[in-house]
Design a binder for this molecule. Sequence first.
Ligand code: GTP
Length: 331
Amino acid sequence: MSQGSNFVDYVKICCRSGKGGAGSAHLHRDVLTSMGGPDGGDGGRGGHIIVKGSIHIWTLLHLKYRKHIIAEDGGAGGSSHKSGKQGKDEILEVPLGTIARDAETGEVLFEITKDGETKILTAGGRGGLGNAHFKSPTQQTPRFAQPGEQGQEVWNILELKVLADVGLVGFPNAGKSTLLSVVSAAKPEIADYPFTTIVPNLGIVSYRGGKSFVMADIPGIIEGASQGKGLGYRFLRHIERNSVLLFMVPADTSRSIKEEYEILKRELESYNSELMQKPHVLAITKSDMLDEELMAEMKQDLPKIPAIFISSVAEKNILELKDMLWKAIEG
Ligand SMILES: Nc1nc2c(ncn2[C@@H]2O[C@H](COP(=O)(O)OP(=O)(O)OP(=O)(O)O)[C@@H](O)[C@H]2O)c(=O)[nH]1
């Protein structure tokens, strides 16, 4: 299966936050007073660069061509204690499951997991204090004020880990895309794009009683994927957090089902052994190709995990599979 070109799960961006506005060194003056006390206002804070989680976004595509993100500088303080205007914050909307890193050190700064959650990626400079703050018994008319703090310029990485409830694990041709197309009836239109165009390998599965869960097809897991061969390595990242792994082995596999499951398991394990702690479910796909006798024979030799024979094409045992997955998710 092909990865949609609109799906971007990694961007490197240069972020420049706003400089703080300078404090004012103004001295009060009116018709009666030619030179009064200090009344210089504070400078405004420079704009932050803020990252905000949104359930309506599934990709980092919109940031791919915005290499430089620049927030506005703060305004200078004015007379009569007037504060400078705050620099406008630059808000970057990102999908849930986005991780921010310092591009230089690779250090994880934070992760966005909730809709509407905001985190400051690059803080704007503080505004300088006006001269009114510096009045003292010995210094009645300070003619100085603080300059604004500089903004920061930093390279950051935003990286998306798809948060799915169920990750599909199987060799090419196992029938992952076909299952996904059968179970995820809902293909809502999001952000002007048909859902499936953005992330063709992610689907919302509607379940009994209005419940739903997210299923992600992780393409290209091949033998040796954990060593970085093929596409697999990059996409394995997306299942690290999936709560349930659905292993898919086609009924017409040349190996035994148990054997194929073991190979897939080893691949995942060598990538990240924590994946073995997740609940595993096994679907033997394309079971419409089996006769009763063969199926009975295969049932004798299955791995000791919840397993079910399905057919996406004949829509056999699909609801039962959903039940099994739901049980594992609720686990
Ligand atoms: N008979 C039968 N064929 C199926 C079934 N499900 C999928 N297939 C066929 O198996 C082939 C592979 O199916 P896909 O869904 O593309 O498999 P995949 O795992 O997504 O493969 P990749 O995209 O290569 O990772 C296609 O020709 C499907 O038509 C099924 O339930 N029964």
